[in-house]
Ligand binder design. Structure first.
Ligand SMILES: C[S@@+](CC[C@H](N)C(=O)[O-])C[C@H]1O[C@@H](n2cnc3c(N)ncnc32)[C@H](O)[C@@H]1O
Length: 403
């Protein structure tokens, strides 16, 4: 054991090198420290870190958005392992999920219960128990969520196997991990987690989180990431459900209107057509009319819209979606204005035949397909693809029913 290793996220730590994990990974894992922490002692001040307590609305919002991407869109039962003071449990409950939290530290569990008690609509419970063997009997979960815990466990591989066994068919593991510090780093590098999960999971999706300062409340330069591991679902075990989104192709002669995303946590800085999600019980045309009003102030009538194309797309978050692209002519519904400056830094006209590169990749593919007269398109991101269009990258759009 070595005292005085760098503290991860402000924790007082005593660091020991991970032996078990490094032994068969055949890598530089030996440089990574395993950390012994008195979590009961940490509990009182744990929430002082922006990403722990999520007290800053911007930080909280950034995590809420990521959680929405990582968790299923249908109501699910989430097991939050090593839940700490319950910050992510609360976000999951607020998003309509049922939550069971487990933590070894009674003090952490107590604070989590207090935090979740504020959430009157929740279906939540917090248990005291070991992450490596959560005390949940034969209950099974749609999601096992684990943030910043795997790196603290003496046998991470055994814990991962146990968590996989706790999943229902079609369930998923959502892990948020990292390597903190540079001279004596603590944590689990992404490649080691990939090595550990590859034999267990059907599919892995990795999101690098260091570049998103909103998650941490400051700029960070070490390695932070999320990994979503999914498992095959037996056919007929559950109905497939998908989020539906709508996109407006507003034409002005040979130009189209594009909006630049800002402050949304997804594709910020990139252009796309005015767009949004269909709400529960809403038809796609009504959703397009509502989004056009909310985003660019147009007062469109149903007859102003024509379906241009339908695209099934899978984003880097790994969830397939259906996108309906509608066409309308400039002049219908009034003059477009940027009605959501907190989510959009500006709108402007661009030639359809010379679409800019700095667009969300699948949206650009939709506009290109529209220009080519195509009506049904697949756009499937692979793990590691960027959200942004990459002019030199692989073509992910596939036209269906091509003549
Ligand atoms: C860095 S905190 C993360 C807390 C929470 N997941 C979050 O992201 O805010 C690590 C948590 O794991 C818990 N923990 C550590 N070892 C554990 C174990 N063996 N079983 C259950 N919980 C454990 C600690 O008590 C602490 O609450």
């Amino acid at each position: 054991m070595r005292e005085g290793a760098p503290s991860a996220a402000g924790l007082s730590v005593a660091a020991v090198t991970i032996g078990d994990m490094s032994s068969d990974l055949n890598s530089d894992q030996d440089d990574i420290e395993h950390v012994g922490v008195d979590w009961d002692a940490e509990a009182a001040t744990f929430d002082d870190d922006p990403d722990h307590g999520l007290r800053d609305p911007a930080v909280r919002d950034a995590w809420a958005r990521r959680m929405k991407e990582w968790l299923p869109s249908r109501r699910s039962h989430i097991l939050d392992v090593g839940c700490g003071t319950g910050s992510l449990s609360l976000l999951a409950a607020e998003q309509g999920h049922r939550v069971t939290g487990v933590d070894l530290s009674p003090r952490m569990a107590e604070l989590a219960r207090a935090k979740l008690a504020q959430f009157a609509g929740g279906d939540v419970e917090i248990l005291v128990g070991d992450a490596a063997a959560p005390p949940v009997g034969d209950r099974r979960f749609d999601v096992v969520l684990v943030r910043h815990v795997l790196w603290t466990l003496p046998d991470p591989k055994a814990a991962l196997r146990r968590w996989c066994a706790l999943l229902r068919p079609g369930g998923r593991l959502v892990l948020v991990e990292g390597v903190w510090g540079e001279t004596s780093p603590v944590g689990i590098p992404v490649r080691h987690l990939v090595e550990m999960l590859t034999p267990l999971a059907a599919r892995l999706h990795t999101e690098h989180l260091s570049g998103d300062a909103r998650l941490w409340g400051r700029e960070v330069h070490d390695e932070r990431y999320a990994m979503v591991a999914t498992f095959p679902e037996p056919r007929a075990a559950a109905r497939h459900t998908e989020v539906v989104d709508v996109h407006l192709i507003l034409r002005r002669g040979d130009e189209v209107l594009l909006a630049r995303r800002a402050g949304t946590g997804y594709g910020d800085g990139l252009l796309n057509g005015p767009s949004g999600h269909v709400e529960d019980g809403e038809d796609v045309r009504a959703a397009m009319i509502r989004e056009a009003r909310e985003e660019i102030g147009l007062d469109l009538a149903p007859d102003d819209l024509r379906v241009a194309l339908v695209m099934q797309h899978r984003g880097p978050g790994g969830q397939p979606r259906i996108g309906w692209f509608f066409e309308a002519e400039y002049g219908a519904g009034g003059e477009p204005v940027n009605r959501e400056p907190d989510k959009c830094s500006g709108i402007g006209w661009h030639r359809l035949s010379e679409l800019p590169d700095d667009m969300v990749a699948y949206c650009r593919a939709g506009f290109e397909a529209y220009r080519a007269g195509q009506r049904f398109v697949l756009h499937w991101h692979e793990d590691g693809d960027a959200i942004a269009y990459d002019p030199g990258g692989p073509v992910r759009a596939r036209v269906l029913n091509e003549a």
